[in-house]
Ligand binder design. Sequence first.
Ligand SMILES: Cc1cc2nc3c(=O)[nH]c(=O)nc-3n(C[C@H](O)[C@H](O)[C@H](O)COP(=O)(O)OP(=O)(O)OC[C@H]3O[C@@H](n4cnc5c(N)ncnc54)[C@H](O)[C@@H]3O)c2cc1C
Length: 307
Amino acid sequence: MLLNAVSSRIDEQSFAAVAEAGRRCGLPVEEVDPSAVPAHRPLDNDRALRALHLPAEAYLDARRWLATLDAALAALPNVTRVPTGRLRAVREGYQLRGRKTWLTAPTLVLAAGAWTTPLLDTLDPGLSVLPVVAAEGTAVTVTAPGPLPAVLRTPNRAYACGLHAVPQVDGPWYLGAFAAPALAPGAEPSAVGQLHHGLGTARVRRLHHGNRPVGLDGHPLIGPTARPGLWVATGTHRDGLHASPLIAQELAAAILRDSPGPFLAPWRPDRGPIADWTREEAVEEAAVQHAALAAESRMRPPLTSPS
Ligand SMILES: Cc1cc2nc3c(=O)[nH]c(=O)nc-3n(C[C@H](O)[C@H](O)[C@H](O)COP(=O)(O)OP(=O)(O)OC[C@H]3O[C@@H](n4cnc5c(N)ncnc54)[C@H](O)[C@@H]3O)c2cc1C
């Protein structure tokens, strides 16, 4: 983890928080000389001032994981996969348009990410469910400018997940990720001297674009709605992949006992918005994040002197 010059005070706080969390959890955290970090060849103006080596920090190639999940689903006898479909409510429960016919079930879990709100509106416009908005994300896979033995990343910064380079099993680097809040999901993406100046000539092998689903109050929506048999599971913003095994386990148990239980209770889709901050605290946080965004965008405020 690199603390570089293209940053603001919140990067320092996040950098310190990562070191503290690692130590508190008994994980190895070693401060190292940034100039000795493998695969780190920044422009001089962007160079890291400090670096942490976190040898226990794992990462995975998401393509492999998704392929594994697809294979596991394909092996299940009671799973029917259909293309993006239409939904409707009927006397027996809910119907999803399959390839040729309608599939009927008494229980429906709507896990449609940033598309959840429009789908619910078609199903039951009067249903009270906290809106799900989108945090659009764009990342690229590029030809490797050199070997990358482990993840290189900055701390989280300016509303986003920081800059990170993740090695892919077949050699290229995944570089992520931009974040842009949006009321509705977008269909297209809206490109790096900080990590390795060789990236300036790297070829883009693949452009990734996705819509992270976010509950309007920033928290997930997981649990039953006021409509019998209709459940929602989404709103996990940047953490849905990591949290998915736990969510699946808790959701399956809740559906079987027909009650959300204490773990899911705070995330009821029909809750009022959770307020984590006072209005003044939210305004102050936004100002700090904007200042960090300005620093990362290399904006220089005018120099002023007392008159
Ligand atoms: C660039 C990027 C990087 C990320 N990195 C991480 C990470 O490192 N770790 C992590 O934990 N999370 C990460 N995430 C977040 C994670 O991807 C999300 O939290 C998670 O995918 C949300 O799951 P979901 O099921 O709610 O929505 P989605 O994964 O968006 O799934 C919704 C599905 O519903 C389908 N759908 C929509 N409408 C219909 C319809 N009418 N009929 C049928 N299907 C429909 C969509 O096609 C989609 O497949 C990242 C996201 C992005 C964009």
